[in-house]
Ligand binder design. Structure first.
Ligand code: KG4
Ligand code: ZN
Length: 356
């Protein structure tokens, strides 16, 4: 590999992700090539507990990360000296796991004398659609829906995010996971709920649409989750009908809140969705129709880039270097942050999600 120091397009970044229950490493170039990537899910370790256990997650990351970095470099036919920078998730997320990934990134950066780029996991999600879609320029209206967040953001540039709405209680992915637990579908819940909706009637169970039509811009899913519990306990409904009605109620809330954001802000050329819940086909379909109605471009990353992965972290590093070609790297004493809002100016909203 020749030196690429002055060509931001051709930068090669090694990315590390460890903020929740996926250990992931990827090598991505500034011209949008995912050279190599590996992801190890911890599903089997957490399944007996019905959710992610932070201590188990941190230990699993610590065990898997170093051999995975070695394997991804081997897959790419590279040595660490061939990459231009190391990008590691520095938050937000489960702090033990974030520390494992960030410290590994620091050690690699130090040993290979490369810049360290401390990446906000949410920025990874927010920019991931641009890795998949080279035509997607700024600004765009982003729905970021994951296990820990449900936000509407105006993405105005790299590092420039304006939060227009967030959840006042649960994230949507969390509501999918709780619904799965109530229906006995196990963990992780989102994909299992989506699968079950295919046999259900979305109109069968009357469920609330929290904050639909509200003057405030935010989301709320706690009441929907409790209503799912009551519907299940009543014994009157088939699980598939509950799943389908839940998903429909959630989608109605997303569309209502996004429509409000579109009405109340200057026009955006594109509507974009990212985060784990963006893997849901019905959510994608509903957003695509909304974008059509507003004659906006619609972008959703491929499924593998929606849920947690390291390619999006490496790509956020590429974006950073493309914007600031002489960036010397973040300081090696930079801290892991359990909370790290994308828009530091956004006012705190009661009960907003804490996970990534
Ligand atoms: O982005 P992500 O992988 O991790 C976080 O940063 O939180 O998102 C995980 C969340 C989980 O709550 C999971 O249930 C949800 O995304 N999810 C889905 C689907 N696939 C993953 N929710 C609904 N439908 C899906 N197909
Ligand atoms: Zn995530």
């Amino acid at each position: 590999m020749g030196s690429t120091q002055n060509n931001s397009e051709a930068r090669i970044i090694l990315g590390i992700e460890s903020s929740c229950d996926e250990t992931a490493v990827a090598i991505v170039t500034g011209d949008r090539t995912i050279v190599a990537q590996r992801i190890a899910s911890q599903e089997a370790e957490h399944a007996p507990y019905g959710g992610v256990v932070p201590e188990i997650a941190a230990r699993a990351h610590a065990q898997r990360l170093a051999p995975m970095i070695e394997a991804v470099l081997a897959d790419a036919g590279m040595a660490v000296g061939d990459v231009d920078a190391i990008a590691a998730t520095a938050g937000p997320g489960l702090i033990g796991g974030v520390m494992v990934g960030l410290v590994s990134g620091k050690a690699l950066a130090m040993a290979a004398d490369k810049p360290l780029i401390a990446v906000n996991h949410l920025e990874g999600h927010a920019l991931s659609p641009r890795l998949a879609d080279r035509e997607l320029g700024f600004p765009y209206l982003l729905l970021l829906v994951s296990g820990g967040h449900c936000q509407i953001l105006s993405v105005e540039g790299v590092g420039q995010y304006r939060r227009l709405a967030t959840t006042i209680d649960d994230a949507l992915g969390e509501a999918f996971d709780k619904t799965a637990k109530i229906l006995g579908l196990g963990y992780p819940g989102g994909p299992a709920v989506e699968q079950l909706t295919r046999q259900g009637d979305p109109k069968a169970v009357p469920l609330p649409r929290p904050l639909k039509g509200s003057k405030e811009p935010h989301f709320s899913f706690a009441g929907l989750k409790s209503a799912v519990m009551r519907a299940y306990e009543s014994g009157e409904h088939a699980p598939a009908d509950i799943a389908a009605s839940f998903q429909q109620a959630a989608i109605d809330c997303l569309i209502d809140r996004l429509s409000k954001a579109l009405r109340e802000n200057p026009p955006f050329p594109a509507l974009v969705v990212a985060g784990g819940v963006a893997a849901n086909q019905s959510v994608r379909g509903a957003l695509e129709s909304l974008a059509d109605t507003h004659t906006m471009r619609f972008t959703a990353p491929p499924l593998a880039l929606c849920t947690d992965n390291a390619a999006m972290i490496a790509w956020a590093g590429c974006e950073r270097l493309a914007m600031e070609p002489d960036f010397a790297g973040d300081p090696l004493d930079i801290k892991a942050r359990p909370r790290w809002p994308l828009d530091p100016e956004a006012e705190a909203v009661r009960g907003a999600g804490v996970k990534a």
